[in-house]
Every structure is written in C-alpha cells, then in structure tokens.
Write a protein that binds this ligand. Structure first.
Ligand code: MG
Length: 342
C-alpha cells in the first residue's frame, strides 16, 4: 500500500467565527492510499481545540508504516495499528480510516451505504451553519441560506440576543443552536436556553465547557430543550458517560478517528437511548461524503462543511434543499473536480 498526502487550503465563503475562534482559510490534509490499481481518498481537517494542526497530521502520517500490510481488507488490524502508533491525532487517523474504507468500496464497486445495508432514501436534512457575526451580515447569510430548511446558529459570544433577533427578522425556520462551550456559568446557560425555547429552537449543542459535566447536568435538570454533546463526545468511550447529562451526541469523523469508530458510537448511543447527530469541521467533499454514508442511521445531520467553502476540489454528496443526496458511486462516492496533484 502506498500513501500520499498533500496540504490544501479551503477558502471560506464568509469569515467563520465561533465562540472561541475566527478564520477565512481552513487548511486540511488530503490523503490517497493506493493498492492494486485502486485509489482510496481520505482527509484530515485538524482542530486546534484538540491540539492538532496540518503539521501534526503530516508528522503522524510520515510516521506510519503501512508497508507492513498488503491487503486493505485487513481493516481491523490496520486501524488497530494506526490507533496504537500515537496518542491523539484524531483527524490524521480519520484520514487513513476514510481512505481505507473508500478503497474497499472502490475494490468491491459498492458505495459504503449499500455495503452497510442502509437505505439511501433515509438520509436526514442537514442544517446549514450561520457563524457569529454582526446583525447585518447575519441577515445576509440567512438570506443566502434560503434553500436550507434548518439553520444551525453559532452562539456563545457577546451578542447572542442580537444574532437571534437578526435571524428572526428574516425567517421562521427551525433553528438549532451551538454554543461551543461558550456559556461558562450555569445560571446563564439556563437563562439562555429558556429564552431560546421561546425563539423556536429545536435543541442546544454543547452549552457549557466540556470540563464542566456536572454543570451541564445541573442545567439539564432545569431546561426543556434537548442538549446535544459535541466537545464532550469525542470517542466511543465518552458515550456511556453522557447518559443523563445530554440527550444526544454529535459524532464527527475528525474527533472519533473515522468511520469504524463512528459506527461503533452510533450503536452505543442507541443502546444508551441518546439521539445521534453527525457533524463536521470545515472539510472538503471527501470527509463530508464519508460521514454522509452513515446518515441513514441517524437523527440529525450537520454536514455543511464543504458548502461553506468556495474551492472544494471534489464532487461528492450533495445537498438538495438541505437533504443529503448519496450517490451510487463506490466507496465514499467522490471524484476529483479539479486536477489536484497529491
Ligand atoms: Mg458543535
């Protein structure tokens, strides 16, 4: 098996601001694993929140010894070896996992959703994200997002009320709110969530810091809106701990090291009575299309990462009036749009 990787700067349509950061360009690492004349695509979208950068991804990939394996169908052994090669490095591990799954689908000439026995007509509607901004820009973004029936609103900054007011001036659509750990005080979180309930919000994602699980449990006892864990729900072993504190989890390939563990999280969350969302970072259609393969199994999708960019080098899953449309292409179902040399 040969492995090739390259840096790619994803350009954002709008400056993307959440409660802890702001950016115009989101660098990712694209990966190709080639074996037996078939290429599998992968991607790492590293997050500083988890101590990662494109440099740490490249370092991790350079340290891998996949040459010891000569059959990508040995997925469990290969991924166990990838997991064991270093701590952390979630997104780099996800890149390898995605590329191997894509290769297997390519070799069998089957899309992953079909290989897993899923019904592609059961994909959910994806929300479209509105980052933190001034009321004028928020209004413009909401108008631009006209075709998307559900909006995910980033709050947790200084101007939460202003943002919701600006959105409600323009639309009555279902809103989902993501505070990205932005409300540090329990009482504030309760107050905000009760207010958001009046504003037609469906659920609130990660209201409190991940380090304050007791605070989140305290908040949950005092509000009606469901709470969904994101920064608290990284890996499989996190899922059982969230029972009774959150109502659902947000699974992201870039946190859970890829499709293999994401699938394990789906089943574990179900066993724990938790709702399931599949989300993303700012990613190309490679990682988005990989995550989308799972979505017939889940309740909520937030897979707009590629739609927020202007130079996605791949064609993959599409959003039609917000609904994820899976193709019949094999593996994760992507093809290169532009000639990107890896
Ligand atoms: Mg989130």
């Amino acid at each position: 098996m040969t492995l090739r990787s390259t840096l790619y700067d994803l350009k954002l349509r709008h400056t993307f601001t959440i409660s802890r950061s702001s950016r115009d360009i989101s660098p990712v690492v694209l990966l190709e694993i080639e074996h037996d004349g078939i290429v599998g695509y992968g991607e790492a979208a590293p997050s500083r929140r988890y101590g990662e950068s494109v440099e740490t991804v490249q370092q991790f990939l350079a340290g891998l010894n996949l040459g010891q394996f000569d059959d990508p169908f040995q997925l469990e052994s290969i991924l166990d070896s990838v997991q064991g090669s270093a701590e952390g490095n979630y997104s780099a591990k996800a890149a390898v996992d995605i590329a191997l799954h894509d290769w297997i689908g390519g070799k069998m000439n089957l899309p992953l959703w079909k290989y897993w026995g899923l019904d592609k007509n059961k994909t959910p509607i994806s929300s479209f994200t509105i980052g933190i901004d001034t009321p004028e820009v928020i209004e413009r973004k909401v108008r631009e997002a006209e075709e998307y029936p559900i909006l995910k609103v980033k709050l947790g900054g200084e101007n939460d009320q202003e943002i919701i007011r600006a959105i409600r001036k323009v639309t009555k659509k279902t809103l989902r709110v993501d505070a990205n750990e932005g409300w540090k005080v329990r009482e504030t979180a309760v107050e905000k969530i009760k207010w958001l309930e009046q504003e037609g919000v469906e659920f609130v994602e990660q209201p409190m810091p991940a380090t304050d699980l007791a605070g989140t449990a305290w908040v949950r006892e005092r509000v009606n809106l469901p709470l969904v864990a994101d920064e608290n729900s990284l890996r499989l072993h996190d899922v059982p701990k969230l029972q009774g504190v959150f109502d659902g989890i947000n699974i992201k390939l870039m946190k859970c090291t890829g499709l293999r563990e994401a699938m394990q999280m789906v089943h574990t969350a179900r066993a724990c009575g938790l709702k399931i969302m599949v989300g993303c970072m700012i990613e190309t259609s490679v990682a988005i299309s990989a995550a989308a393969q799972l979505t017939p199994l889940i309740d909520y999708a937030d897979l707009d990462g590629a739609a927020l960019t202007t130079n996605d080098p791949f064609d993959g899953v599409t959003l039609v009036e917000g609904r994820l449309v899976l193709s019949d292409r094999p593996g994760i179902g992507v093809v290169k749009r532009d000639p990107v040399r890896l």
